[in-house]
Design a protein around this ligand. Sequence first.
Ligand code: PEP
Ligand code: MN
Length: 338
Amino acid sequence: MIVVMKIGATQEHLDLVCKRAEELGFTPHVIFGRERNVVGLVGIMGNREEAFRIENMDGVDKVVPISKPYKLASREVKQEPSVVDVCGVKFGAKDVVVIAGPCSVEGERQIVMVAEQVKAAGARMLRGGAFKPRTSPYAFQGLGEEGLKLLAKAREATGLPIVTEVVNPADIELVYKYADMFQVGARNIQNFALLTLLGQAKKPVLLKRGMSTTIDEFLMATEYILSEGNRDVVLCERGIRTFETSTRNTLDISCVPVVKAKSHLPIIVDPSHAAGHSGYVPALSKAAIAVGADGLLIEVHPEPERAMSDGAQSLTPNQFISLMGELRAVAIAVGRYM
Ligand code: PEP
Ligand code: MN
């Protein structure tokens, strides 16, 4: 349930509502809005009947139940879109943010060179995997901490903030030292222990949709992070599994407007893992911006044919440069900037 405060309610009113909510067995989450603030009351042990009487407290407008299974992510709790700030890069604002880089960090020359190239083309953040969740245990698993150090070097050279995947809860502390944003991969969306710990970490999280995750399950997964106090969650649609085999996955383009209708959280699209083939990445990128995505995550490799993972879907730096020019036009056509 949520407590909607009156316009002009004071901090003291808010504090007293939170105190009462705690007495009734709830965890209160204050969501500051442009016009008015609301307090989300979360917790299955809370006394719901008594909570409705919070309506009589000073500064309170009304108490309303939340109808959706996801709470803190829902539009019912927060009507305005959330903006997630990663070192000054804003997801969910007017800009369409492009994150680019190789699937895996493979060496210093590779990552620094590609960082410089994607930055020059207009990318705002750098991606690169140091811990790779591979389908086969015999495939390249990433450089681990060495890869994180190389990402930090690329950040130093370019100023681009970095996002990288954390696969194992035991590596959160290590990844925290280097990354500006944690990535949770498709295979880990229901690793609730990982999500809970990331909810306690004080860094933004890029949460990828699982290959068989419904949109409601996707939003439920965000609750594990949000309910621990970390509000900086950006969703990422990266294709889901269907009967179609011409592409690696099927980009669920409708996920973007559906998430926007249900949630205030920003959502970006990864056309690379959806397509599995670099030739389809430009068209899917344009579609994503047209449908309202707040950004894109695109794999770029200096020599895709030699990449240690996901070469077939990676753009060359030159392909990325020409794509960025086309994307700018689409962004402007739908009232966004790039
Ligand atoms: C990746 O971003 O390289 C990756 C492994 O993506 P996903 O988790 O979406 O498969
Ligand atoms: Mn990849």
